[in-house]
Design a protein around this ligand. Structure first.
Ligand code: AMP
Ligand code: MN
Ligand code: MN
Ligand code: MN
Length: 285
């Protein structure tokens, strides 16, 4: 495919299923993406590759391109959580799967702590409530807490639950240590994958700190950043396009879809990548 055609293909390199905190099963995510016109999809559940075989099977049936992915939770600097999307990995690579298991292992204790903090502000039963929404209890996340709190009628939607209770600095937020950047990039490299910095506009970093993250990510083997993201404004798309060119990162296009009615943007319904960027899928197709 020519570079021009490649830039306008409907690739979506980041989304979630019920294997982590999405609302649709892996095969349903694939069918929805296909119905939305996606021609190349990566499923990137948080810290877990367990949905990839089902998703790939569904994509093969539809004749749609599919990329094995995972979104790894990383602690960077003093107290910043960042997400690294790994694309075109070997999902059976044992150092990757062992590493992911290690990242997942802290979630249950963290969830108990979150529930204890929420209990103090009058939100009771949140641990059990969140677990009801978590398909896989090992992957209980703030998204599952958010659904439980919204179900209690305590916020108008899942997004505002974060603003009041779950975002950093709010009562239900508990500090947590995930993988290091070096570990995550090592696992990805070992599994033959490409490392992409997810939704850099969501980390609320100052320009200086953002540049130091980009520099470190590059130095340790990071290959791309999400330029077009469901989490980015049009202005942020331009900002990250400039930074991708400056740091010579490939560019990803990524909805970060979690479920109907719960996401900024639906699968594949994203603007095209800005010009003069290398689409990340050129690195592995
Ligand atoms: P965790 O990995 O448990 O910290 O949960 C992070 C997940 O919560 C993200 O992957 C999103 O699905 C969701 N999330 C985080 N912040 C927000 C927000 N402001 N609005 C909606 N969902 C969010
Ligand atoms: Mn999520
Ligand atoms: Mn993320
Ligand atoms: Mn995500």
């Amino acid at each position: 495919m020519s570079a021009a055609a490649d830039a306008v293909r409907n690739a979506d390199m980041h989304c979630h299923s019920t294997i982590s905190d999405g609302l649709l099963a892996p095969a349903e995510v694939v069918r929805r993406a296909h119905a939305n016109g996606v021609d190349l999809l990566a499923l990137t559940d948080h810290d877990e590759v367990g949905g990839l075989a089902e998703a790939r099977g569904a994509a093969n049936e539809l004749g749609m391109g599919f990329v094995d992915g995972v979104e790894i939770s990383v602690s960077w600097g003093d107290d910043t959580t960042v997400h690294i999307v790994a694309l075109a990995i070997d999902p059976d690579d044992s150092s990757l799967t062992d590493g992911l298991a290690q990242v997942r292992s802290g979630r249950d204790a963290r969830a108990l702590e979150m529930a204890a903090e929420l209990d103090k502000v009058g939100i009771h039963g949140a641990y059990e409530g969140a677990l009801r929404y978590a398909g896989n209890p090992a992957l209980v996340s703030r998204a599952h807490f958010a659904r439980y709190i919204a179900e209690q009628g305590l916020a108008r939607d899942v997004k505002s639950v974060f603003d009041y209770w779950l975002a950093k600095g709010k009562p239900g937020y508990v500090e947590h240590t995930w993988a290091t950047l070096e570990q995550a990039l090592g696992w990805i490299r070992g599994a033959g994958g490409v490392a992409v910095l997810a939704h850099p506009g969501r980390f609320r970093l100052t320009g200086k700190v953002l540049r130091s993250l980009l520099g470190e990510f590059k130095e340790q083997g990071g290959a791309a950043i999400e330029v077009v993201s469901g989490a980015h404004s049009a202005q942020q798309v331009n900002e990250f396009a400039r930074l991708a060119r400056e740091f010579q990162f490939a560019a990803s296009r990524a909805s970060d879809f979690h479920g109907p009615g719960e996401s900024w943007i639906d699968l594949g319904r994203l603007p095209a990548l800005p010009e003069k960027l290398t689409p990340v899928w050129q690195l592995f197709l």
